[in-house]
Ligand binder design. Structure first.
Ligand code: HEM
Length: 178
């Protein structure tokens, strides 16, 4: 997992909780390099799992809820860093439908060692998109937060359905109907 995801996560923890909380979860997680991340470095996603799980333990907030909140936060920072990925799209559904074949392809060009999930998407009608997330890292809750972040950014649409499928993938239904 790219260091930029870790640095954004720790910045969010500092903003929403405190710098002491950042220090405490880094210490609890017994990280190999003491929690010093550079944005272009690459680290095991298990370090992220440890940080989120220790934050959950310290705050009493369920792990899944923390990942959703982080996803919303992360979307805002990605939108600031990569506005051109978003501005080129024709709207929320067009944007979400382009993650697999455009956005994450561009991400892979910038960061060849990025570990990205797979998305399949199809329209059930012209205002409704079904987006299925699949990753061996199982960050369906993070994906949910990123989708909510995109909805907030585009100021339209809602997430009307989330379903964990038997193979571990997660299906989301997003609609821009009234
Ligand atoms: C401007 C838009 C976006 C950019 C620049 C972007 C970029 C990235 C980057 C850099 C990573 C980290 C890869 C790694 O750590 O190795 C990542 C992972 C991820 N992205 Fe995106 N992303 C964008 C939008 C989205 C959206 C809207 C979603 C949700 C539907 C999404 C879902 C995910 C998930 C869940 C991961 C975690 C890796 C995994 O699940 O296996 N991304 N993305």
């Amino acid at each position: 997992m790219k260091g930029l995801i870790f640095t954004e996560f720790l910045t969010m923890v500092e903003q929403k909780f405190s710098i002491d909380m950042v220090d405490e979860i880094i210490e609890m997680s017994e990280l190999p390099h003491g929690g010093a991340y550079t944005s272009v470095g690459t680290y095991s996603h298990l370090e992220m799992n440890a940080l989120v799980s220790n934050l959950s333990q310290k705050t009493g907030i369920p792990l899944g809820s923390l990942l959703v909140v982080f996803g919303e936060y992360l979307f805002q920072t990605l939108a600031k860093s990569y506005p051109h990925f978003i501005n080129g799209s024709k709207g929320l559904l067009d944007f979400l439908g382009s993650i697999e074949n455009y956005i994450h392809i561009e991400v892979k060009k910038l960061y060849p060692d990025a570990e990205l999930p797979k998305f399949s998407s199809h329209y059930t009608d012209k205002n409704t998109l079904e987006l299925t997330y699949q990753s061996e890292r199982h960050y369906g809750d993070l994906a949910e937060g990123l989708i909510i972040g995109a909805i907030q950014h585009f100021k339209t649409g809602k997430l009307v359905h989330k379903e964990k499928l038997a193979d571990g993938s997660v299906k989301f239904v997003i609609t821009t109907h009234g």
